[in-house]
Design a binder for this molecule. Structure first.
Ligand SMILES: Nc1ncnc2c1ncn2[C@@H]1O[C@H](COP(=O)(O)OP(=O)(O)O)[C@@H](O)[C@H]1O
Ligand SMILES: Cc1cn([C@H]2C[C@H](O)[C@@H](COP(=O)(O)O)O2)c(=O)[nH]c1=O
Ligand SMILES: [Zn+2]
Length: 191
């Protein structure tokens, strides 16, 4: 039976790199894949998954109105898909996560979703909450805080590097706006 996997991590942990490696692994064996990423994430070219290590691949951009199951089945009608890979999965709606579960359960295509577990305030993103509830497998991609502990949290910072405690949940940015920290250092930065 095909499974729904949720690979979660803090920022800058290697999620996109991991996704692109998994995708390459399928494609080098002649298997077709379908890639999705969030349209809202405009750090790179629209509809592109890019890792800080320099790898990139084109992807279908999704927003809250995208029917991921319909897009997948549309592609599946033209070529047999071996895997669906979703980056920035924290930006999925809970309903879209249900669609991913249906792709695995009803159509037998494994789904690998990669995303943040929590936002800068340590709250679950709605898409991540649904993935934590539904996924067959939860896989943590680990990275390190400045102190050497596991970096599980994301600190939002301003242009001077000062911690930001309040604001909208969604604010696109990279290493200039966020620092991955262990819980202790995240807590101390916000105290
Ligand atoms: N030139 C490089 N060589 C090796 N690793 C790199 C290089 N540039 C960035 N990285 C590492 O890549 C990781 C970030 O990968 P990325 O896939 O962009 O992360 P995420 O998608 O989780 O935000 C970091 O651990 C960073 O240290
Ligand atoms: C913590 C946090 C992050 N975001 C945004 C910032 C980035 O655009 C993405 C995550 O990028 P990654 O490097 O691929 O992990 O999410 C946000 O909008 N709100 C937050 O609290
Ligand atoms: Zn730390």
């Amino acid at each position: 039976m095909a499974k729904l996997y949720f690979y979660y991590a803090s920022m800058n942990a290697g999620k996109s790199t991991n996704l692109l490696q998994a995708d390459f692994n399928y494609r080098e064996r002649g298997m077709a894949t379908m890639l999705f990423t969030a349209a809202i994430d405009d750090r790179f070219e629209h509809g592109t998954i890019a890792s800080r290590i320099g790898l990139s691949a084109p992807a279908t951009a999704f927003d809250a109105s995208t029917d991921l199951a319909a897009c997948t089945l549309d592609r599946q009608a033209r070529e047999t898909l071996s895997c669906v890979l979703v980056d920035e999965a924290q930006f999925l709606t809970p309903g879209q996560v249900d669609q991913l579960a249906a792709i695995a359960d009803d159509h037998g295509i494994p789904v690998l979703a990669y995303g943040l577990r929590t936002d800068f305030q340590g709250e679950l993103f709605p898409g991540s909450a649904r993935l934590l509830a539904l996924a067959d497998a939860l896989i943590e991609i680990k990275s390190v805080c400045q102190c050497g502990r596991k970096a599980t949290m994301n600190l939002r910072v301003d242009s001077q590097g000062r911690a930001i405690a309040e604001g909208r949940q969604t604010e696109i940015g990279g290493n200039d706006r966020y620092v991955a920290l262990c819980r202790r250092h995240h807590r101390e930065a916000l105290a």
